[in-house]
Design a protein around this ligand. Structure first.
Ligand SMILES: NC(=O)c1ccc[n+]([C@@H]2O[C@H](COP(=O)([O-])OP(=O)(O)OC[C@H]3O[C@@H](n4cnc5c(N)ncnc54)[C@H](O)[C@@H]3O)[C@@H](O)[C@H]2O)c1
Length: 436
């Protein structure tokens, strides 16, 4: 039997041993879906704390309730280890490790390289490897393939290699790993086919594409589309501000057009692991091809300026109340990068705290999802305080994250002055409110 037929049989009978490398926001939900679909799943991560928590059946990812994880661990369907030798018995391996940017905005491929080097030590015929980390087009065939291919191990025949972009949207209650359509592209047609067969076992919709490069580019198109449209609407917000026009009312009215318009909303800046970062993977790669991704650079500049714009707004609002920013107390409502989640990676709140500190303000914050901010060179170590107390004691309250859990009427009642960067106080006509 060929390796392809053998693997297909194992996958379709759910006897394939599924491996997931990197058990974060992407890897853990994927591991849970495959374990729930009946596969025996082993996760590998370098973070011993995550491994210990998972093996105790305790979830550390907000979207995965412990009540879902624990029975899978208890039944032996899902376990985790820091030891890569587990890869020796895996039939499939999904790689979901971080792909951050270096300070120079160049891709940091070290996590993918480290994971692949470890996997290569235990590589064996018949295995399917799928990269899910967001990356530049060409990563799978230019960087990964040479790490696995060797005499006697031919891709598409002896092993299979694919890229499948991860589209998970933390905190989204309607769309999660199982019902978000899954794009997959392989190095060869056989790779694509076996990759699609694999995902079909646990996910609702699978979309095969012609190559790994197309699959890689799909993710970058999606995220660049968002980044640029957010950049456009942030620029609109700044233009409207200068001209004394309410940008929120403009967007609401434009959204009544039944075709050809899709609303995006301004805000204090981009956050999270994807939108602020991924498009720069594309612009880095296009530079090598001698072509500049100009929209990306421009949107990056505009979005990166938003925390400065917000801090200027706070300063001006305080000035109008005859209070200098220096020496004032500013309280941030929300520090997570978006509503309903606990993730502060790349959150604009961090930049706002840093900029306020530089201008001599003292800063406090409330966030129902984030009890503590850890010092990271931008923000000092800070603990969340009670929202009521924060609002009452501050010279200015700033709504940075529009969590549903905040009691907005009460915040308005208690505050002296509010800068609302999210239109969370839509419809409230209090003259304490300054909108973005
Ligand atoms: N978080 C999202 O919303 C999201 C959405 C779509 C795509 N992505 C992409 O998915 C990838 C993973 O993102 P994430 O949010 O899950 O990151 P994460 O930081 O939550 O998880 C990554 C995990 O990989 C582990 N890890 C790092 N190096 C490793 C190694 N060499 N071997 C094994 N494990 C290792 C880390 O300890 C961590 O647990 C990134 O490329 C990201 O851009 C993320």
């Amino acid at each position: 039997m060929s390796h392809f037929d053998d693997l297909q049989k194992k996958i379709e009978s759910k006897t394939a041993h599924v491996g997931i490398v990197g058990l974060g926001y992407v890897g853990l939900p994927l591991a849970v879906e495959f374990a729930a679909a009946g596969f025996t799943v082993t996760g590998i991560d370098i973070d011993a704390k995550k491994i210990a928590a998972l093996n105790r059946g305790e979830s550390y990812i907000q979207d995965i309730p412990t009540s879902v994880l624990a029975p899978l661990v208890k039944s032996g369907k899902l376990k985790a280890t820091t030891d890569f030798s587990a890869a020796a018995t895996m039939d499939t391996i999904n790689i979901c490790v971080p792909t951050p940017l270096r300070k120079t905005k160049d891709p940091d491929m070290s996590y993918i390289v480290n994971a692949c080097q470890e996997i290569a030590k235990y590589f064996h015929p018949g295995v399917l490897v799928i990269l899910e980390s967001t990356t530049y087009p060409g990563t799978t065939n230019e960087l990964m393939l040479p790490m696995f291919e060797r005499p006697g191990l031919k891709v598409g025949e002896d092993f299979f290699l694919c890229f499948s972009p991860e589209r998970v949207d933390p905190g989204n209650v309607n769309f999660q790993t199982r019902n978000i359509p899954k794009v997959v592209g392989g190095i060869t047609a056989a790779c694509t086919k076996i990759g699609a067969v694999f995902y079909q076992q646990a996910l609702e919709t699978v979309i095969p594409v012609g190559s790994t490069r197309v699959a890689e580019m799909v993710k970058l198109l999606e995220n660049t589309f968002r980044m640029i449209n957010i950049g456009l609407v942030n620029e609109m917000a700044m233009l409207c501000d200068r001209m004394g026009i309410d940008v929120w009312e403009v967007i609401d009215a434009a959204s009544t057009k039944p075709f050809g318009f899709m609303p995006f909303y301004p805000g204090p800046g981009l956050g999270g692991h994807c939108i602020p970062i991924d498009p720069f993977y594309l612009s880095w790669k296009t530079k090598q091809a001698g072509i500049e991704a100009r929209f990306i650079e421009l949107a990056g500049y505009i979005n990166g300026n938003m925390p400065h714009f917000v801090v200027d707004k706070i300063q001006n609002a305080l000035n109008d109340c005859a209070k200098p920013l220096k020496g004032s107390r500013v309280h941030l409502m929300g520090v997570a990068y978006k509503r309903g989640i606990d993730d502060v990676r790349e959150s604009p709140a961090l930049d706002i705290i840093h900029l306020l500190g530089k201008r001599g303000a003292s800063v406090t914050f409330s966030d129902p999802f984030v009890p503590q901010l850890h010092a990271d060179g931008v923000v000092p170590e800070m603990a969340a305080i009670d929202a009521d107390k924060g609002a009452a004691e501050a010279d200015c309250v700033v709504i940075v994250t529009d969590h549903k859990d905040f009691d907005y009427a009460r915040i308005v009642e208690r505050s002296k002055l509010i800068v609302d960067t999210r239109n969370a106080l839509k419809g409230n006509t209090s003259d304490k409110i300054v909108r973005l």
